[in-house]
Design a protein around this ligand. Structure first.
Ligand code: CS2
Ligand code: MG
Length: 411
């Protein structure tokens, strides 16, 4: 028996907030889990500290599935990002412990190696065409072989995914990277018609400059109606995107039926979904080509593998959400799954800042456009508690989008 002796929530903010759970067993084995929910971090920290950790002490750390079901069904109030992030952190930490006890890198417990490495995509952005192309060149020089492209919109002072000044390796271009506004959410003005006019011209310029082969991705970030999404998908068909992401708000998955009827552009959705049950319609009707949930927001490795296996039955592949608001612990968990799953598609890889790397020591590697979790036992991540203490939590909010008439829109 590997009995849980203690568990601790570590909140640290090396440039952006992270919430990490560390579980320790009676024989001193430790496991880490990511519980970071961007903009609502303390909700998960308190859920863990006050409602979960008291239930863990004395449990057998090896019984991962039973602990998962105990925390999920025992809470009575199910699903949602806070609950599933808390359960995710426990789940990741227990898998970390189990793999350490087995003296294996975690992917070996998930079916072993199905590929030499996981194709990664980076984030390129620019306020205008020149800045966007420079950002793509920087990603290519950094070794990426697939790139997400987000551009500014003429007349818009700020747009999702585009930095207010030229992005650098240490200053990623989205609130996921840098800590979002501290006091109140920043307000971004959104104009769908301007966006629909401009994006195809930018993507065309990228194809013209970088050729037909480079896998390109674009994130619409939940902002379009089904008709607008269909228009965008159809306008991008000549440019052969790897995927068009989050075209419509996910509350109505059936909206994608209309989009699917009008465009062959591949669709990816789900980073704000947190349960395999949320994907019932999307996957069984093949309304998407890629499922996007992150291990940190979707109940951990146990549940994300169930989602991947469910998707595989319908020919749908994975594209796990990997922004810098998923900590290096969560990203490492993705890479172990990516290496083992047969229906892996692509892995988002926003490179964490140097300040974050001081807190989280990782063993994964990025070579020739591919990510590999490394051969260290467990998840392969350690946390420097002293470094973590040096970065105190600060409130951070994601932006809010408003239309020109002042009404709130999806950000
Ligand atoms: C984005 C995220 O990476 C993506 O696909 O949708 O960066 C998202 O904006 C952040 O995770 C929000 O915290
Ligand atoms: Mg996204």
């Amino acid at each position: 028996m590997t009995i849980i002796k203690s568990a601790e929530v570590i909140v640290t903010s090396p440039g952006r907030n992270f919430v990490t759970l560390q579980i320790t067993t009676e024989d001193g084995t430790t496991g880490l889990g990511d519980a970071t929910l961007n903009g609502r971090e303390l909700a998960v920290a308190v859920y863990l500290a006050d409602h979960v950790i008291p239930l863990l002490k004395g449990r057998d750390a090896m019984n991962i599935e039973d602990t998962w079901q105990y925390l999920y069904r025992g809470a009575y109030w199910r699903r949602g990002p806070v609950t599933m992030a808390a359960i995710a952190a426990v789940d990741m930490a227990l898998w970390d412990i189990k793999a350490k006890v087995a003296e294996l890198p975690m992917y070996q417990l998930l079916g072993g190696q199905s590929r030499t490495g996981a194709l990664a995509y980076g984030h390129a952005s620019g306020r205008d065409t020149e800045e966007l192309h420079d950002s793509i060149r920087a990603n290519l020089e950094a070794g990426f072989k697939a790139i997400r492209v987000q551009s500014g919109i003429p007349g818009a002072d700020s747009v999702y995914g585009v930095h207010s000044n030229a992005p650098t390796a240490d200053a990623p271009a989205t609130p996921a990277g840098a800590r979002a506004s501290r006091v109140l959410p920043e307000v971004e003005t959104w104009d769908t018609r301007a966006y629909l006019r401009h994006v195809p011209t930018e993507i065309e310029s990228v194809r013209h400059e970088f050729g037909a082969e480079l896998p390109l991705l674009h994130d619409a970030h939940h902002r379009l109606t089904p008709r607008e999404a269909a228009q965008l998908g159809r306008s991008l068909e000549p440019f052969d995107l790897f995927w068009l992401e989050d075209v419509t708000p996910i509350e109505d998955p059936t909206a994608l039926r209309y989009v699917r009827e009008h465009t062959t552009t591949p669709l990816a959705i789900g980073e704000v979904l947190n349960s395999v049950h949320d994907y019932q319609t999307l996957v069984t009707e093949r309304l998407v080509d890629y499922v996007r949930s992150a291990v940190t927001h979707t109940g951990g490795i146990t549940h994300l593998k169930k989602l991947a296996d469910f998707a595989s039955i319908y020919g749908v592949r994975t594209g796990f959400h990997g922004p810098t608001d998923v900590s290096p612990v969560g990203q490492a968990a993705h890479l172990h799954l990516d290496l083992a799953l047969h229906n892996f598609g692509i892995q988002e890889y926003m490179i964490h800042s140097e300040a974050t790397a001081e807190v989280f020591e990782t063993s994964f590697r990025f070579e020739d456009g591919l990510l590999h979790p490394g051969e260290r036992i467990g998840l392969g991540v350690e946390i420097d508690r002293e470094a973590a203490r040096r970065h105190a939590y600060e409130p951070g909010y994601l932006p809010v989008a408003r239309l020109h008439d002042g009404s709130v829109h999806d950000w």
